[in-house]
Each structure stands twice: as structure tokens, then as C-alpha cells.
Unconditional design. Structure first.
Length: 555
């Protein structure tokens, strides 16, 4: 018996009372006690045994009642956890929608920082009791401080108020961004609806170009943040894979330990059966010897035998309880492994390589908007360059036309002066012709009257001088006629240039009208996008408020 007990050291360490029950010195002491106390009343021992059995039954009933209460509390905890999970999911969806809408509406740095530092429920498990995990996730904290119930409720309310204030801050930033975008679009609309010159149109186009560059830079920052988050998710997936492999190795180790424990339990059970058989044989032999010597059996031997059997049963029950504890630990480890595997599968399904990020709603919208605004920026830049080139050409032509108009005005004045001068010269020429005719008549009369040579020579000199003066006047008259013809040709050229200028001005007005029409279309599309975003935001907000208000009022 001692050698068999020494072979099972570990089970006997867990159940140290077996050695004291079945060792030979102990049995000798029991035999001595039974021989010394033969006058003990067996009825009293039986009565005490019945009382102990009744107490054991009462404790079993209490244990069953406690198990029923624990089951009821577990059911309530499960429903409470389901409610908290739903609330956390809806609240996270609301925060995500607010952040995405803030990014789309080019809000301040709050939305970008929130997008960069947004925590999702698939991260690390909070370091709090198991029954408070989902509440800690809703409150976004690692533990709930305070021991008393009142202090804990106050802390929960403070955490809820803090998260509620952060959500309201996101909503306010989104509203401010929407108002700022509306003010910008209204200002551009007022500028484009009015009569604008070429310089004002170029200034407006430069403002639109700056706005699109600003939005493109903001979208680049958003895309960089999304890439960083994708990298963080990839690192988290890798860490989760490592944890899963470690959990699987730990699970295999626990399974091996469980198999070893089951083997040890089976060996212990077999040894207990062997010991029981040996004890029964020994007790049977001693009873035969005692009955042969004394002629009757002592009631103490029956009591000792019952006590040994009870201790054996208790040790077997302890072994069964230990086995159930190990099995429950194994089941808990398997459930944790399944839960982690499910989380890993969800993360892998959501973030499989780069395809999730490139096919996600936020990335697709940002990428489409970036391409659209880049194309619009290139188109407006080309239009502005063409308008700038046309403007410089039109400016040069206007200067040339102004110079030519000044030359035409000077020529017109010269023509007017020359016409008046021509008329004056014509009058003088007619007068001189009349005087010449009169002088010729007088000369002829004088020649006829007198034949003096000096008078004839004098009249010839006067006639030649008068002829030279008349020739000079005719040459000057021809020059003034040529100047008048040149002025007429310049006037025709001015009219043609004025016609081309009017045509260019009409083309410039058409370009400004097209630009205003396209800007109006852009404003209409932005208003439609803003209206759709507002409608989607208010629908999500109303649904979230309907879901969250009962829980907040209850809190």
C-alpha cells in the first residue's frame, strides 16, 4: 500500500488525506480505538450522520438556488452586453459619418485629427472586469474608477458626457464647414452674376484656382491619413495573426496538459479502486478474526469503514470537480480562440491587402473629387491663359487703334484746315484770275492805246509772276487733295478696326458668359452635393438620436 501510494505523488499531494486513511499505523490506531470504545452507542453516531446528511442536502439546495440566480444574472448581463454592443456600434457609425462628412466639406483640422486618431472597437481589450468590458468600450476608457455605486455612476455619467461633447464638437465643426462653403459659393455666385470685366474675370478665376488648390491639398492630407491608417491596420492584422498563433500554441499546450491530467485521473481512479478492494479484503479478514475471538462485531469498525468510504467518495468528487474545472478552462480557451479567430477573419475581410482602402467609399469619393477638381483646374487654367493672351493682344490692338484714331483726328483736322485753305485759295485764285483778266484787258487796251514797251514789259512781268503764284497755289491744292485722300483711307481703316474690335469684344463677352455658366453649374453641383450630404447627415443623426436617447435618459 505504501509503495502504491508513493507511485502517485501528485494526486496524493492534491488529496493528502488518502495516506492518512489507508496507512497501516492509522488503521492500527483505529482498531485500538474501536477495541477501547466498545461502549459507544451506534444509534448516536447514526443520528449524527443523519444530521450531517441533512445539512449537506440544505447546502446543496442553497447551491442550486445560487446557481439559478447566477444563471439569471448571466442572462441579464448578456442582454445588457448586447445592448451596449449595439449602442457602441451605432455611436461609432455616427462618429465615422460625422468625420467623413467633415472631411468632404473641408472642415477644420478637428475632422482630420479625428480621422487620424479615431479608435475602433476592434482594438485592444480594456483592462477591466469581464462584466464591464462593453461598458468601457462605450465610454472609451480602460477602467471605471470608484468602488461605491454612486461614485461609479458619477464616473460613467462624466465619461458619457465627455463622449457626447466630442460628438457635438464634430457636429458643430461640420456645421461651421458647411456654412463656410455656402458663404464662399454665394460670394462667387454674386461675383459671377454681376457684370464683370476681363480683369475681374481673371481675378475670379484665380480665386477659384486657389480654392481648388486648397481643396486638393486637403484631399492629399486625407489620403495620406488613410494610407497611414491602412498601414496601422496591416500592422494590427499582423499582430493579431501572431497572437492567434501564440494562442493556438497555448491551446495545444493546454490540450496536452488536459490529456495528462485525464491520464493521471484515470490512474488515480484505478489506484483508488485497487485500494478499496484491498481495504475491503483487509476489513473482511479482521472482522472474521474479531468475530472468532469475541464472538461479535464491534459497531466502531462499521463506522470506520463508512468513514473511509465517505472519504474515498469525497476524494473522487474532488477529482471530478478538478476535471470539470479543467474542462471549463479548456472550453473558455476554445471560446476565446474562436472569438479572436472571428475578429481576425472580420479584419481580414474588411482590409484584404490594398483593395479595401482603394475600394472604400471615402477613398473612392476623395479620389473622384481629386481627379475632377484637377481636371477642372487644368481647364480653367488653360481658359485663363487663353484669356490672358487675348487680353494682351486686345490691349496692343487697342493701343494701336488709339494711336491711329489720334492720327485720324489729326488728319481730319488737317483735312478740315486744308479744305478751308483750299476754299480760300480758290477764292483768291478766282480773284487773281479775274484781276488777271482785267489786267490783260487793260494791257490790251494799253497796247492798243499806246505802244510803249516799258508798260508792256511791266505787264508781262506782272503776268508771269501771277502765273507762278497760280502754279504754286495749284501745287499746294494738289498736296492738300492727296492729304484728304489719305485721311479718307485712314477713316476706312479705322472703321474696319472698330468692326474687328467690336467682334473681339463680343467674343470676350461670350467667353465670360460661358465661364459664368460653367461656374453656375459648379455651384449647382456643389449645392446638390451639400444638400445630399446634409440630408444623409440629418437622417443618420435622427436615427442615432432615436437609438441613443433612451440610453442617455436612463443614464
Amino acid at each position: 500500500m505504501e509503495s502504491s501510494a508513493a507511485a502517485s505523488d501528485e494526486p496524493q499531494k492534491k488529496r493528502p488525506h488518502l495516506n492518512s486513511v489507508f496507512s497501516s499505523p492509522t488503521m492500527a490506531r483505529h482498531l485500538k480505538t474501536s477495541s477501547d470504545n466498545k461502549d459507544v452507542d451506534a444509534a448516536v453516531l447514526q443520528h449524527q450522520n443523519q444530521k450531517l446528511v441533512q445539512q449537506l442536502d440544505a447546502q446543496k439546495h442553497k447551491l442550486h438556488d445560487l446557481e439559478a440566480k447566477m444563471k439569471e444574472l448571466r442572462d441579464k448581463q448578456a442582454s445588457y452586453d448586447d445592448f451596449l454592443v449595439t449602442l457602441n456600434r451605432i455611436w461609432n457609425q455616427l462618429d465615422d459619418d460625422l468625420i467623413i462628412l467633415g472631411v468632404h466639406s473641408m472642415a477644420d483640422q478637428i475632422s482630420l485629427q479625428s480621422l487620424d486618431h479615431q479608435d475602433y472597437s476592434g482594438g485592444s481589450i480594456p483592462s477591466c472586469p469581464a462584466e464591464e468590458i462593453f461598458l468601457c468600450r462605450v465610454l472609451k476608457t480602460n477602467a471605471i474608477p470608484g468602488n461605491a455605486n454612486d461614485v461609479s455612476i458619477v464616473n460613467i455619467r462624466e465619461a458619457l458626457d465627455l463622449r457626447h461633447s466630442s460628438t457635438l464638437e464634430l457636429m458643430k465643426s461640420l456645421q461651421n464647414a458647411i456654412d463656410a462653403q455656402r458663404i464662399k459659393t454665394e460670394n462667387l455666385a454674386h461675383l459671377l452674376e454681376g457684370k464683370t470685366s476681363a480683369e475681374d474675370g481673371i481675378i475670379i478665376l484665380s480665386k477659384i484656382d486657389d480654392m481648388m488648390k486648397e481643396e486638393a491639398n486637403y484631399l492629399r492630407q486625407v489620403i495620406d491619413v488613410l494610407h497611414l491608417k491602412h498601414k496601422a491596420y496591416a500592422d494590427a492584422i499582423e499582430a493579431c495573426n501572431q497572437r492567434q498563433s501564440a494562442d493556438q500554441s497555448e491551446l495545444k499546450r493546454l490540450e496536452g496538459e488536459l490529456e495528462e491530467s485525464m491520464t493521471e485521473l484515470e490512474d488515480s481512479r484505478r489506484k483508488l479502486v485497487t485500494l478499496k478492494m484491498q481495504k475491503d479484503v483487509a476489513c473482511g479478514g479482521q472482522e472474521t478474526i474479531s468475530s472468532a475471538v469475541n464472538g461479535s462485531m464491534s459497531p466502531e469498525k462499521h463506522t470506520d469503514r463508512t468513514k473511509g468510504v465517505r472519504e474515498l467518495k469525497e476524494s473522487i468528487e474532488e477529482a471530478k470537480i478538478l476535471k470539470e474545472d479543467r474542462l471549463s478552462e479548456l472550453h473558455d480557451a476554445q471560446e476565446d480562440n474562436l472569438h479572436l479567430s472571428k475578429q481576425l477573419q472580420d479584419l481580414q475581410n474588411e482590409l484584404k491587402d490594398d483593395r479595401y482602402v482603394h475600394s472604400s467609399r471615402a477613398y473612392t469619393l476623395c479620389n473622384d473629387q481629386l481627379h475632377h477638381w484637377n481636371s477642372e483646374a487644368e481647364r480653367y487654367k488653360a481658359l485663363a491663359d487663353s484669356l490672358q493672351a487675348d487680353r494682351s493682344f486686345i490691349g496692343r490692338r487697342e493701343k494701336e487703334l488709339a494711336l491711329k484714331a489720334e492720327a485720324v483726328d489729326a488728319a481730319k483736322k488737317a483735312v478740315d484746315n486744308s479744305e478751308s485753305r483750299i476754299e480760300e485759295l480758290e477764292h483768291r485764285m478766282h480773284r487773281y484770275i479775274i484781276e488777271k483778266n482785267e489786267l490783260e484787258i487793260k494791257m490790251e487796251e494799253a497796247i492798243q492805246d499806246s505802244g510803249r514797251k516799258d508798260i508792256k514789259e511791266e505787264f508781262q512781268i506782272m503776268g508771269s509772276a501771277l502765273s507762278k503764284e497760280i502754279g504754286m497755289m495749284e501745287a499746294q491744292l494738289n498736296r492738300w487733295k492727296e492729304t484728304a485722300q489719305e485721311a479718307v483711307s485712314l477713316r476706312k481703316e479705322r472703321r474696319s478696326l472698330e468692326t474687328s474690335l467690336e467682334r473681339k469684344v463680343i467674343e470676350h463677352k461670350d467667353l465670360i458668359g460661358k465661364c459664368a455658366h460653367q461656374t453656375g453649374e459648379i455651384r449647382t453641383l456643389k449645392e446638390l452635393v451639400s444638400f445630399s450630404a446634409d440630408l444623409f447627415f440629418y437622417q443618420g443623426l435622427s436615427f442615432s438620436v432615436k437609438v441613443m436617447c433612451p440610453s442617455l435618459l436612463a443614464g
